[in-house]
Each structure stands twice: as C-alpha cells, then as structure tokens.
Ligand binder design. Structure first.
Ligand code: DC
Length: 226
C-alpha cells in the first residue's frame, strides 16, 4: 500500500532536518532522513578501504553494507551492519566524501529502493527529507516542500551547528561546493519538483517554517477528505 508521503527537499542549511522532524512529530508521522543514508554508505566506504573517488569501485561495493534507518522523529537512528553510526556520519571526512558517493547511479538505485520500502512499511504516513524526494523517489507525494535560504543564512546556521569550529566564510564556500556537486550530477540531481511549494526560510524562525508546512499538509488533507 502506498503511504502518505510528505516530501521535503532542499540544500543543506535551510532547516530541512529540524523542520522535517518537527512536522513529523506534530502530525504523528514517521520520519526518514535520506541524507543520513547517503552518509552511512559513505562512512562504510571510507571504513572499508573503498576509493570514494573511483565510481566503479563505489558501484561494485554499493550492495555490501546493510543500512537500517529508524523512523521515530524523536530518535532517528541509523545503523550500518548493526553498528550505530548516528554520530560518525556527521564527521568532516564523511561530509567531504558524500557528494561523490551519492553521485554514483548504483548507490542511488539502492537507496531509492530502500527509501520506498521504508515508506511502505511506515503506518500512517511519513515525512521524507532529501534532495530528490519530490522529483524521483516519490513523484506522486501529495505534499512536496522545497526549502531555500540565502547563502549567508545557510552558512551561519551550519557554522552555528558546528559550534563555530569552522568559520562562516569557510562554511559558505564548502556549502557552495556541495551544492554544485549535488545539483550538477547526472542521476537525480538536487532539484525542485514542478509541483513543489517553495518556502524561503531566510527570515523565518523554525517554528514559523514548521507552522507553514503543517498548514500546507492540513490544507491538502482537507481537499482530499472533502
Ligand atoms: O542532508 P545531508 O547534508 O545530510 O545530505 C548529505 C549528502 O547526501 C548531500 O550532500 C547529498 C546527498 N543526498 C542525496 O544525494 N540525495 C538525497 N535524497 C539526500 C542526500
């Protein structure tokens, strides 16, 4: 059975994860962070001696790690071969390598299949966040949101999350590099679906963004139930 999917896409630093978790919690839905899955497979490649800059080696290894995603928005866990990698996948080494790994078509094919299976198993609907959810993974999702924010706001947020360990200027440059890689890849690049609603979060608080998305979901439900 196809579950109700709320697709939330956009580049990093737009408040995607915080918004998606809060919307899922508020509406009593499951939650899936697809970026964490691409990070988890990247973590596995780095830890198993796979050259992440060699697409053939990455493709050959892409079926090996067993990734399991928890779908509780209050505690979104992720394991690789039974090991909890929630912390390690946020490390700088993974962040630097993840765009190259996620550009490999075999990796994407496996992740998309996996994401559809997680959603099918979630009872009562799921909020799925990523880059290609509204365009490729769930093109029929009844609600599609695309979050944006100015380059400055995104860098300031990311630098804040890293507790100032990386300057705002360096963070902005790193985000721009990752955006270019994620938007420029051939297989399902970061893109806004034609029927997605864009929400610019530059001048909005998290609560305001969440409220806006929840209202959009409720409006869709009201139309559906009429
Ligand atoms: O959301 P994030 O920063 O944790 O995502 C990490 C990387 O994963 C991002 O640079 C691109 C990739 N990604 C992707 O290609 N497709 C998705 N649906 C989600 C993430």
């Amino acid at each position: 059975m196809t579950q109700t999917v709320i697709a939330i896409d956009g580049p990093s630093g737009t408040g995607k994860s915080s918004t998606s978790k809060a919307v899922a919690a508020k509406l009593g839905l499951s939650y899936l962070d697809t970026g964490a899955q691409y990070r988890a497979i990247t973590w596995w490649m780095l830890n198993n001696g796979v050259d992440v800059d060699d697409p053939v080696a990455v493709a050959d290894a892409s079926g090996k790690p067993a990734i399991v995603s928890g779908t509780d928005p209050a505690d979104p866990t992720i394991t690789v071969d039974g090991e909890d990698v929630t912390g390690p996948i946020r490390g700088q080494d993974v962040t630097s390598a993840v765009s190259a790994v996620s550009a490999v078509p075999e990796v994407r094919a496996r992740m998309v299949e996996f994401q559809r299976a997680v959603a099918a198993a979630a009872s009562g609907g799921i909020v799925v966040e990523g880059r290609d959810i509204g365009t490729t993974v769930f093109p029929d999702a009844p609600v599609k949101i695309f979050l944006t924010a100015s380059a400055e706001a995104r860098a300031a947020r990311r630098s804040g999350e890293l507790k100032g360990a990386v300057s705002v200027a360096d963070t902005q440059a790193a985000l721009a590099r990752r955006d270019a890689a994620d938007s420029g890849r051939t297989t399902s690049p970061l893109a806004m679906a034609a029927d997605a609603i864009e929400v610019d979060t530059t001048r909005l608080s998290l609560d305001e963004v969440v409220e806006r998305v929840v209202t959009l979901v409720e409006e869709k439900r009201a139309v559906r139930d009429r």
